[in-house]
Write a protein that binds this ligand. Structure first.
Ligand code: SF4
Ligand code: SF4
Length: 394
């Protein structure tokens, strides 16, 4: 069997194992080495320091496995277009679509393992190594080489039939396989993602500054979100889909999504207020096996408080007031910030009482700042009311 026949066979097996597309990439040094190094130098990876590590392997995928010759790249669709549950409630529409169901890592790893077993059984002595988003791999570049998609200006891979709603995985192998042809550019003169990104996270096409990306702040960042960033996050709670939602390559794609990526009933009832008050035991129970666990309970509560503050809905005042007693100082601080955004006289009372009990210096600072905001607003209103009083005319 020659390399072309092996490629065809293995890609057909990948589809049988449940992937939506598969292609083969030849292993060569990255063509984007200079751009990647400059991106790191500018610090546009934020606090994701793992991207600085194992740079030799990341830039040369031949080092991933002794004798590695080819990578079988796979794509799995996740866009749940037909799940009506997901359009309900105040939380789930603001969770990135890929994260609403099961954790894709486990789903894809199991399928890649099954694919590796088939390859090793058919071609004894073959070496394999698989990755799903976790290894030192420039996976979008590799997948583009395998014809899985082509880079869009929003830095996602685009495919003419399935848009960008898909996840990537790779199986490195010592087999010499025939590479697939790359796909040509799909963006043309379009710049919608660059214009519509709520935080202006693209300094130029094909370049993302993580420090300005909602996905970075809501998923990767630990601890307090800088106060100047919070309002730009809007009401996204985990990730952000805007630069995909606006992409004209995406709409109208009638994909049949993976069952695993649907929002299960045990999480569907969760809303912002109940997320903010979630107990750890319940969190473990309902978020087990999901990608959302990456943000951890404290991160999800922090994000819920920011979303509530940015929505400015007074319905959230009781939940935010209660969160001033949360065990985590970051959650308490962000609840205080949100109360400062939407609060009223009752919120001032709650914040004043919380300040009396608060010992954490950063959280005290948050409460004090919010009280200042509310008093300033109250003062302005009072001044305005006085200015509006009718003047007596004798
Ligand atoms: Fe901008 Fe959201 Fe895309 Fe990040 S995920 S680049 S914030 S549109
Ligand atoms: Fe390309 Fe336009 Fe899609 Fe951006 S929105 S990735 S520019 S096609």
């Amino acid at each position: 069997m020659d390399g072309g026949e092996k490629s065809d066979l293995i890609c057909a097996w990948a589809l049988e194992e449940g992937f939506d597309r598969a292609g083969v990439a030849v292993l060569d040094r990255s063509e984007h080495e200079e751009a990647f190094e400059r991106w790191l130098e500018r610090g546009e990876h934020g606090e994701m320091s793992y991207l600085e590590k194992r740079r030799d392997v990341r830039l040369d995928p031949r080092l991933i496995l002794d004798g590695a010759r080819s990578a079988v790249c796979v794509a799995l669709h996740y866009h749940p277009l037909r799940d009506s549950v997901e359009s309900e409630g105040d939380l789930w529409p603001r969770v990135a679509r890929y994260a609403r169901g099961s954790d894709y890592h486990g789903v894809m790893e199991r399928r890649l393992e099954a694919l590796a077993e088939r390859i090793c059984a058919a071609f004894p002595g073959t070496g394999t190594r698989l990755y799903v988003d976790t290894g030192p791999v420039l996976e979008r570049e590799l997948a583009a080489r395998a014809g899985i998609g082509v880079a869009g200006k929003n830095t996602n891979l685009l495919h003419p039939e399935s848009g960008s709603w898909f996840l990537l995985g790779e199986l490195f192998t010592t087999l010499e396989l025939r590479p697939d042809p790359p796909i040509s550019d799909l963006c043309g003169s379009c710049t919608r993602c660059l214009e519509e990104c709520p935080t202006g996270a693209f300094p130029e096409p094909y370049r993302l500054d993580s420090n300005r990306c909602i996905s970075y702040w809501t998923i990767e960042h630990r601890g307090p979100i800088p106060s100047h960033v919070r309002s730009s996050i809007g009401d996204w709670v985990f990730g952000c889909d805007v630069c995909q939602e606006v992409c004209p390559v995406n709409p109208g794609r009638d994909l049949w999504p993976e069952g695993e990526f649907h929002l299960p009933k045990r999480r569907a009832d969760l809303d912002l207020a109940s997320l903010l008050s979630l107990e750890r035991e319940r969190y473990v129970e309902i978020f087990r096996g999901t990608a959302m666990k990456r943000a951890k309970l404290e991160g999800l509560k922090r994000n819920a408080a920011v979303a509530m503050g940015n929505r400015g809905d007074k319905r959230y005042l009781p939940a935010l007031s209660q969160a001033l007693c949360d065990a985590d100082p970051t959650v308490r601080g962000h609840a205080a910030w949100a109360l400062g955004r939407i609060g009223n006289e009752a919120a001032v009372e709650v914040l004043e009482s919380a300040l009396g009990d608060e010992e954490h210096p950063v959280t005290r600072g948050e409460i004090t700042a919010s009280l200042q905001v509310l008093r300033d607003v109250g003062g302005q209103k009072q001044n305005q009311a006085q200015a509006d009083l009718p003047t007596r005319v004798d």
